[in-house]
Design a protein around this ligand. Structure first.
Ligand SMILES: [Zn+2]
Length: 93
């Protein structure tokens, strides 16, 4: 059973929220709207699960952050094609 990470209440609900996220290179922060979140009806805390946090961090690390606007929604962010950090298909070198 899921419970609030802050007050351990089971009185929680799925929600979406806008979050501000600093880019991995530290140059700026972006606003990500419609981010899957948990809201606790007991302590009013809204937060993202570890899975969602990891997904956002992986995605920001693997896409070209210079191309993204300062405000976008979660689904748009996740849809951005990832760059290969290394070209694994280049066997010539
Ligand atoms: Zn709570």
């Amino acid at each position: 059973m899921a419970f609030c990470e802050w007050c351990e209440s089971i009185n929680i609900t799925s929600d979406t929220a806008s979050v501000y996220w600093e880019l991995p290179d530290g140059t700026r922060a972006i606003e990500i709207s419609q981010t899957p979140s948990i809201t606790c009806l007991e302590c009013s805390m809204t937060y993202q699960t570890e899975r969602v946090v990891r997904e956002i961090e992986d995605q920001l690390y693997l896409i070209d952050c210079k191309q993204i606007s300062s405000k976008l929604d979660y689904k748009e962010l996740i849809k951005i094609p990832r760059l290969l950090k290394k070209n694994y298909f280049d066997f010539s070198s």
